[in-house]
Structure formats: structure tokens, C-alpha cells
Design a protein around this ligand. Sequence first.
Ligand code: AOS
Ligand code: ZN
Ligand code: ZN
Length: 388
Amino acid sequence: MPDPSAVKAALQAQEIETPSWGYANSGTRFKVFAQAGVPRDPFEKLADAAQVHAATGVAPLVSLHIPWDRVDDYGALAAHAANLGVRIGMINSNTFQDDDFKLGSVAHPDAAVRRKAVAHLMECVDIMDATGSDSLKLWFADGTNYPGQDDIVARQDRLFEALSEVYARLGEHQRMVLEYKLFEPAFYSTDVPDWGTSYAHCLKLGPKAKVVVDTGHHAPGTNIEFIVAFLLREGKLGAFDFNSRFYADDDLMVGAADPFQLFRILHEVAKNGGFDKAHGVAFMLDQCHNIEAKIPAMIRSVMNVQEATAKVLLVDLPALREAQAAGDVLGAHAVLMDAYDTDVRPLLADLREEMGLDRDPLAAYRASGYAEKIVADRVGGTQAGWGA
Ligand code: AOS
Ligand code: ZN
Ligand code: ZN
């Protein structure tokens, strides 16, 4: 069995990134249910993220989204983060909320619109310079709704041209990560619909371009852990957007719908060196909390990732390899299931205590009085929302 102190050390070193927009109001196209105390600006979003880190000890990074988190002084925003004990993580671009992007952004048929999209991506790299962020996160809503609407290959050419331009602008220690999504908002063809398309572009671009796996962006039944294992083998896994899906891109809390899938994915990460800092894989939560309290939902999500990580670190790899080599199908499967069936909550509570934290992060957050304080303090102004 793995050495418990090594397991604890790996868990303590884990860094989970939370999204600034997960602290803001969000909803469906039917209704946004506003919550009291929700942040009114990016500074307050960082303050909420810092609470998640304070309670868990493993969530020190916060993804920003431009323009939702646009401020005058990004240096001041990064300094604010540092004062709160967190750091700016990936800079997420937005080429889907401008009227000009109706027919796409970087793959749009009109060169003027493509220039506007590239200018936005360049602005995001400027913000990386100003905040110290090392990753530009790209997700494109580009695609078509009707057969014949546009030329599929021409759109790939335009996309690659734009990506190349932005790639050339990246600094020595900066990189871009390209997310794929099966469908939505385009329904007939999506320009980056799957890992293969993202991988092909990243391979051509060079070593600073890697693939993002958003767990909610696949067809039902897709073996996501295979994709993860393959990308790690090729050195092309850049980041995760963790969330849960029951149907499509539900963006529910990670580990809620299918904790076993999360375990299987993280098992491939652990087995293939993906937790080593050298691989540079970002473990981000891309979630929206529409009906649940936002900060506790994020704490719970971080704990879900931590629990799954603890379980995969407990997999007896020598025993697994021995069973695999012997062709012992049930024996190999049993090694994995033994780890999955382990209750790791006591181990994690002990670890937290050793880290000077409360054994129960959710109880610690409740006891802190922060939830009541933000409801009392954040009066006036406009609450931030997904898209504002
Ligand atoms: C969209 O479906 C993608 O998951 C994006 O990663 C993300 O949710 C959006 O860009 C908000 O930043
Ligand atoms: Zn995503
Ligand atoms: Zn998504």
C-alpha cells in the first residue's frame, strides 16, 4: 500500500483553481435567482475565493474572465489577491457576448470581426502580463447552425491563423490552453468540438499550446479518462474544467453526478504524472451555482476533488501492474475498487488538522460569520453576474 505520509504530502501540495464567475449570480435562460451578499466587483470575488482557500488550504488560485473581471488596474487586482493569500490563475477570454460575434469570432467569415476577436485575445495576454498569470484559456463558441451556412475547412484555416497570431505574442513563461466543446451555442458544427481538433491545432502551434478537458463537454458515454491518459502521454494536457453533467454542459458541482468518473479521471492523472508540477496541468472548477449557496458549494467541490485525489493516491500501483501483467482481469479491477471504496474522510480531516485548519471546512466557514458579513456589507451597487 502507498506510504500514508507521501499521500498526505501530495494532497497538501495540490492546488485547485476556482472561477471568479462561480461566486457571481448565474442561472439558466429561464431565470437568474439573485443571492444576497454576492460580489459586486472582481475584488469582492477574490475575497470570496480567499474564503474557500482559507477553509480548505488547497484552493489558492482564481481564474479571471475578461471582460467580466475588467478593472482599471490589474496590478492592484493581483496585489489585492496576494493580500488575501490567493493568486490569479488563468485568464479566460470571451468571444461570445458581443453582437459582432453572431456568426463566430476567430472563425468568422469577415476579417474585420476576426481582427476584433484577436484584439480581445491580445488584451487578455496583456492582462496576463499585468497580473502574472501564465495561462490564456480559450473557449470559442464558434460554429454554424445550418448545413451550408459556412465552409467548415475555411473556418479551421481562419481559426488557426488567429491562434498562430496570439501564440506568437505569448511571453517565454506564458502558454495558451484550448478548450473543446461538443455543441452549444452552435448546433450543426462547432469549430473546436472535440479533443482531437484541439490537439491538432495545439500540436501545430507548438509546446506552449495545450488542450483543456472540460468534463461537461462530451457526448454521453465518452471515456474521458482515455482522453486524459492519451493527452498526458503526449504532454498535451493543459487544464481541467471540472464540473458535473447529467445531460450536457450542466456546470453542476464536480463529483456530484458521477464521483466514480472523477476517480477514474484522476487515477489516469496520478498514474501518468499529471500531479507533478512539471506537467503544468491546471485543475480548475468551471461551475455555476444557481440555486445553492456559492461559497459553500465551492468548498464542497474542492473537497470532492480532494477526496477523489486521496482515493487515487491510495491505489496500490505495484499490485495493479502485477495483476495487469498476469492478465488477472478481476484482480486488477479489485485493486482499483479497493481504493475507490476507501473512506478517505478521516485521512483528510487529519491532514487539515496538521495544516492548522479545521477538520471540517464547511463547518469552519459557517462558524466564521463571513456569510452573514457579506450580506450585511454588500449593500448598494450592482451584483456581479455571469455575463456582467
Ligand atoms: C463554456 O461552455 C466553457 O465551459 C467555458 O470554459 C466557460 O464556462 C465560459 O467561458 C465561462 O468562462
Ligand atoms: Zn469550461
Ligand atoms: Zn462549458
